[in-house]
Ligand binder design. Structure first.
Ligand SMILES: [Zn+2]
Ligand SMILES: [Zn+2]
Length: 139
């Protein structure tokens, strides 16, 4: 008979009471703060993890974050959408990104999202003039 020796085990503590206290850096609604560190989500850790997860397709990350921003605008009452844009989307863009509407650096717009999400003056101007743009919904 082989007596197995497992020094790591501590019997007698009432069975399987060990719980992996693994808390993810997920957003806590309705304020979209990190569940772990309380930072505005995406926190530093969340950004790092998201970047890794979307390493192969950074453009998909931008779209993913834009979707989250759209959801967040319904929860967070912020006066300036630009703040949310910077928080959710801006950091996903490659440094050399220029706006496809106004040509400026530091932001870009995404087709299929409400123009109000993007801090682009020219886009908003176009929306006012034309009543529509890029096939985005203008609510
Ligand atoms: Zn966090
Ligand atoms: Zn622009």
């Amino acid at each position: 008979m082989t007596a197995e020796n497992r020094p790591g085990r501590h019997p007698g503590s009432g069975g399987s009471s060990e719980r992996p206290a693994r808390v993810e850096h997920n957003p806590k609604h309705p304020h979209w703060t990190c569940a772990v560190d309380g930072e505005d989500w995406p926190c530093r850790t969340a950004r790092t993890r998201l970047s890794k997860a979307y390493e192969e397709d950074p453009a998909a990350l931008t779209v993913h974050m834009a979707h989250l921003m759209l959801t967040a605008t319904d929860h967070i009452q912020t006066p300036a959408p630009a703040t949310l844009y910077h928080r959710f989307v801006r950091w996903t863009l490659p440094k050399a990104t220029t706006c496809r509407v106004c040509g400026k650096r530091g932001h870009d717009v995404l087709p299929g999202f409400p123009p109000r999400l993007f801090p682009c003056d020219k886009l908003h101007e176009g929306v006012r003039k034309l009543g529509h743009t890029l096939g985005t919904d203008t609510r």
